[in-house]
Structure formats: C-alpha cells, structure tokens
Design a protein around this ligand. Structure first.
Ligand code: HSE
Length: 446
C-alpha cells in the first residue's frame, strides 16, 4: 500500500462551480479526510480572471492565472477542469494526461463531442478521468451506472436532465404563461442564460444523453446520433390540451434498447414528451432533475435532485476527488475504469425507425369532411388513431387563430417516426389545414 496521505489538486476555472468546490472542500475538509484517510489539498486555483480569484478564501500563494504552473507542478496529482467549452479545456486535459495526472471534469460538451479521444488518451497514459459532475449536477448517476448497477443491462433510461427547461415548462404549466414570458423571467432570476439556446434547444440535454447512453451501453454513441428537439415550440395551448387529456409536458432524454443482445440498436433522443400526470417524473418540477434507470436485474430505480448550481455540482466534483484520493491511497489510478468499450457491433437507431405514440395538433377549417380527410391520410399510412378531440369554437381556440379555424387534436397509437413525419407533411398540404401541425411524442414507459 502506498503511503500517500494527501491528494494535491490543481483547480482550473474559478467560476460558479469552482467557487463551490473551494468553499465546500474547506468547509468539510476534516470530515472528508476522516472518511477517506486522505486529505484533499487544494494546491492551486487558476483562473485568467483575477477578480474571480480575489474573492476566494485561500492564500494568495495558491492562486495563479497561469494553467501551466498547475500542469508543470510535479506535486499536482489531479487537475480539475472547470473551464468549459471544447477548446482550451481539451488541450488542458490532454496535457494533464501526458504528464500522468488524473483529471476531474464537469464538461459535458467536451465529453459528448470528444469523449472517445479523451478516454483513449487517459487509458494510453495509464491515468483516469472522472466526470460525475458532467451529468445532472449533484445526482450521482455516473457512479450509479458504472458501479452500483454493474450487474445490469439498461433497456431504458429516461429523465429530466435540464433544470432550465424544466423550470420553464413547470411555470408555463402552473401559471398559464407563454414560453417567451417565462424565459424572460427565468433570465432575470438567473435560472436561464442570457443566450439560452444551449438549454432551450435541447443541446445541453443531448450532451448528457450522449454521455449516459455511451456509458450504459458500452460504446460511443456519438453526439451527432443523438436526436434533439428543444422546447421553443411548446405552446401554452398544447400544455392545456395535454393537461385535459391527462398528460404533463416535460423535456425528456430517452435512452432505449429494444432487446438486450449486444448488437441491438440503442435509441438516444431528447424531445418534449407528454407523460401521464400520474408518472413520477410529472412531479419533478422547477429546476430539479429526475432520472429513471431501468436495469434488467434491479428493475426501476429513480434519482432526483439538483442538476446544476455551485453547491450541487461541487458535491459531484468532490466525490470524484474522493475517488482519486482513494486510488492514490491504494496505489492505483484505474480501480474503476472511466469508460469500458465492450459492444463493438452496437449502433444508434436512427430517429426514422424510432417508435412512439404521438400527439398531433392541427389547425383546420371548421367545416364538414375535415376529420375524414385527415383520417384517410393516417389510415393510408397505417397509423392508428387512439382519440380525436375538437372543442366547440370559440372558447378553446388559441387567441392567434383566425375565427374560421379550429384546433383539432389526434392522439395516435404507436407508430414509426418516419411514417408519422411523412403523414404530417401530407396532412399539412391538405387545403383544409391552415397551419403547420404541432407534433409531440407521448410516452407511458410501461
Ligand atoms: N444549464 C443546465 C441546466 C445545467 O439548466 O440544467 C448545466 O448542464
């Protein structure tokens, strides 16, 4: 056994999460050292922005604006990358590996886009990368998949993995407000970025879905194979109709594998979804995340917690540092490998072939024969209707509709995405259809 009793850490990027790590590492230093038998020593905190460093309650000798100082220090065991982005952060991590250092990162974009290269570089240098904070902030989902559920295959993983979108949808649902109004308020309150596109267009959720899918299924699924739709097109009207039909609208990441053979295709998708009110995820509200993991051995399990913010994310970063500390204590860097590629024949199912139930909201002329025309297109495509809803005009019309048009809602039985998309394109060409049809997937997860 190694005699190492102290893990020296160089933290690069002293923003919100970095500040949280500094705060909680010092607050709980004794407790963590007692639990691990190793002290986590914050040797360096690096940031190019001096004002960020200034406010940190650590000695000036530990602060630097030069990442090379952190990398070149032979005593630094671990580099914590909290810079974000895929440029400097990638160079920093690869440089750290070349020097045999362990890396801890919260960088979901980097892993989703370059994970394969990064994990190979870690293995080549006989070192390790830990990334608990990259998915769902404080929820220990990476450790659960990699260690707690090691006995399982994962036919289904699904959940709410973006707090910003969940906050917006929750308020739209509870207060009857429109997307743009809630987004503006969320920005004022600091729950949404000034440029909210990464969150509201689904990119952030897709990064997390790509990481979870790859880890759960043992091959790099690739960010470009993750299907993604955001929430900008979810209207107040659709939320209300969904509610009447017994559903809540959530932005979900869904990772599904139809059977458990090693070559079975895996679905990796992010999109607004109607889920039954009674489903447990319908009660995951505000900025909270919630993920259901179905293992073939364990059955259904559920994780709930804060997916962002200084404290929750610091909790995940420190848990990775604890793993690195224990590795150091026992003279190992790879007790738990960061990623194991074991399904060489697997692939991601294209969205065309994904099956789901659907909600369609058409805007149609209010006259005879309309339902018959639309139904014929669906029947010709072998798509089965489970219910049709048309409310008498005018009370349920969206305010923007001209008075001679009405909303017509079709709930569909399970159908292939390609078939539904083609049918909707044909429906939208009908002379009785006045606007682009709104299409939202429906899942019961039974
Ligand atoms: N912006 C993300 C969210 C957190 O709103 O959940 C970081 O991935």
């Amino acid at each position: 056994m190694s005699e190492a009793k102290q893990l020296n850490v160089g933290l690069v990027g002293a923003g919100v999460v970095g500040g949280g790590v500094v705060k909680h590492l010092s607050r709980n230093a004794e407790l963590i050292a007692e639990r691990l038998g190793v002290r986590i020593n914050l040797k360096w905190v690096c940031d190019k922005d001096e004002s960020r460093l200034k406010s940190l309650p650590i000695p000036a000798s530990q602060k630097t604006g030069d990442a090379q100082k952190v990398l070149q220090d032979p005593d630094t065991h671990v580099v914590v990358e909290l810079v974000g982005g895929t440029g400097f952060a990638k160079t920093l991590i690869l440089d750290a590996f070349n020097r045999g250092k362990v890396v801890v990162t919260a960088n979901k974009a980097l892993l989703a886009h370059h994970g394969e290269e990064i994990f190979e570089a870690a293995a080549k240098n006989s070192t390790n990368i830990f990334y608990e904070a990259s998915v769902c902030g404080g929820i220990p989902i990476i450790k659960a998949l990699r260690e707690g559920f090691v006995a399982n295959r994962f036919p289904l993983i699904y959940g709410i993995v973006n707090g910003t979108c969940n906050y917006i949808l929750t308020r739209m649902t509870a207060e009857g407000k429109d997307f743009n109004d809630v987004l503006a308020e969320a920005q004022k309150l600091g729950y949404a970025e000034a440029d909210p596109s990464l969150d509201v267009d689904g990119g952030d959720s897709a990064h997390k879905a790509t990481i979870l899918a790859s880890l759960a299924h043992g091959f790099w699924t690739g960010f470009d194979n993750t299907y993604v739709e955001g929430i900008r097109h979810v209207s107040q009207f659709d939320i209300q109709i969904a509610r009447e039909l017994g559903y809540t609208v959530k932005l979900l990441a869904v990772i599904k594998s139809a059977d458990d053979s090693d070559s079975a295709p895996v679905e990796v998708r992010v999109h607004p979804t109607l889920i039954p009110h009674k489903h447990v995820l319908a009660s995951v509200n505000g900025v909270f995340n919630g993920v259901v993991v179905r293992g073939d051995v364990v059955g259904d399990t559920m994780f709930y917690g804060r997916g962002a913010g200084a404290d929750a994310t610091a909790s995940a970063v420190i848990s990775d540092l604890a793993d690195a500390a224990l590795n150091l204590k026992f003279g190992s860097k790879q007790r738990v490998p960061s990623f194991v590629s074991h399904r060489l024949n697997a692939r991601v199912r294209t969205i065309d072939d994904v099956e789901s139930r659907y909600y369609l909201r058409l805007t149609v002329a209010d006259r005879s024969g309309v339902i018959a025309k639309v139904s014929k297109v669906l029947a010709d495509s072998d798509i089965s209707i489970s219910s049709v809803l048309q409310r008498e005009a005018p009370e349920t019309k969206p305010s923007q509709l001209p008075t001679d048009h009405v909303p017509l809602i079709f709930m569909l039985h399970t159908a292939k995405d390609r078939a539904v998309r083609n049918a909707v394109a044909e429906i939208d060409r009908l002379d009785v259809v006045k606007d682009k049809t709104v299409v939202i997937r429906v899942e019961n997860f039974e």
